[in-house]
Ligand binder design. Structure first.
Ligand code: NAD
Length: 258
């Protein structure tokens, strides 16, 4: 698969928590395609899970990064500059909202919880892009992960839906600004996949099963399929594509439920 689409390319993936993470599915496809990946992890507890994964792909760099902290983001890109000089791609596969804010009625979303969800899930893409752009001296691709809840009111997705709507808008503004540098910015809108983050959404398993029957492909997508779609958006195959939200959801977004 992938005829070495990313041979000679290097970049960083934010958002691997464990082997179920969409970021890990994306990392595996990048490595298969000949790309070199630096990984980040949120905290010491997750480092224990991420380090063996990083070792399994021979990652040259494994760095701590809480994307709520500008200094930690800056430190990641300073390390990338020291080691590699330039980079070609960034994957932002990070989101957070308080579980309580996903369980309560939407109008009960707290002010602090709203700000936190926007900070970690949206502002972080802006901060990361700001640091990445100077290292993308030969152009590059920045990719984030979204969900249909950005465009429709999906029960239980709540504040995260508002955050994803803002994220998709940020993708357009970043694409507009960075296009002249040959930097493309896109979002991949994935169908539901069982991960740590997804377990925070109420009745996630039920939603997964409902998807099976309603999606045109009569199933959900796999972590591997999300990775393959990411490979398209990160590689030269999508050289003319920027500011887009690309769906990989077995076609669910095009169906009107009966
Ligand atoms: P995941 O839990 O494996 O990944 C979420 C990641 O965010 C974790 O690695 C976590 O450590 C990281 N994170 C949270 N707060 C952070 C912080 N302050 N600093 C740095 N990292 C932080 O779950 P996932 O489903 O792979 O989620 C990845 C992305 O995909 C998210 O943006 C999510 O909204 C999106 N997405 C997921 C699905 C799904 O069904 N799983 C569907 C559509 C979109």
């Amino acid at each position: 698969m992938g005829e070495k689409l990313l041979e000679g390319k290097r970049g960083v993936v934010f958002g691997v928590a464990n082997s179920m993470s969409l970021a890990w599915g994306i990392t595996e496809r990048i490595v298969e395609a000949g790309g070199k990946v630096a990984l980040t992890y949120l905290n010491d507890a997750l480092e224990k899970r991420v380090r063996p994964l990083a070792d399994s792909i021979g990652a040259e760099l494994l760095l701590p990064c809480d994307v709520g902290r500008d200094l930690e983001i800056e430190a990641v890109f300073a390390a990338l500059e020291r080691s590699w000089g330039k980079i070609d791609f960034v994957v932002h596969s990070v989101a957070f909202a308080h579980r309580d804010d996903l369980r309560r009625p939407f109008s009960q979303t707290g002010r602090a919880g709203f700000a936190l969800a926007m900070d970690i899930s949206v502002y972080s893409l802006i901060a990361i892009s700001r640091c990445a752009a100077p290292l993308m001296s030969e152009g590059g691709a920045i990719l984030t992960l979204s969900y249909l809840g950005a465009r429709r009111a999906v029960p239980g997705y709540n504040v995260m839906g508002v955050a994803k709507a803002a994220l998709e808008s940020a993708v357009r503004y970043l694409a507009a600004e960075l296009g002249e540098k040959g930097i493309r910015v896109n979002a991949l809108s994935s169908g539901p996949v069982k991960t740590l983050a997804a377990s925070a959404v109420a009745n996630f398993q039920r939603k997964l099963r409902a998807m099976d029957g309603l999606a045109p492909l009569r199933r959900t997508v796999s972590q591997e399929e999300v990775g393959k779609a990411a490979l398209y958006l990160l590689s030269d195959l999508s050289s003319g594509v920027t500011g887009e939200v690309h769906f990989v959801d077995a076609g669910f977004n095009v169906v009107v439920p009966a």
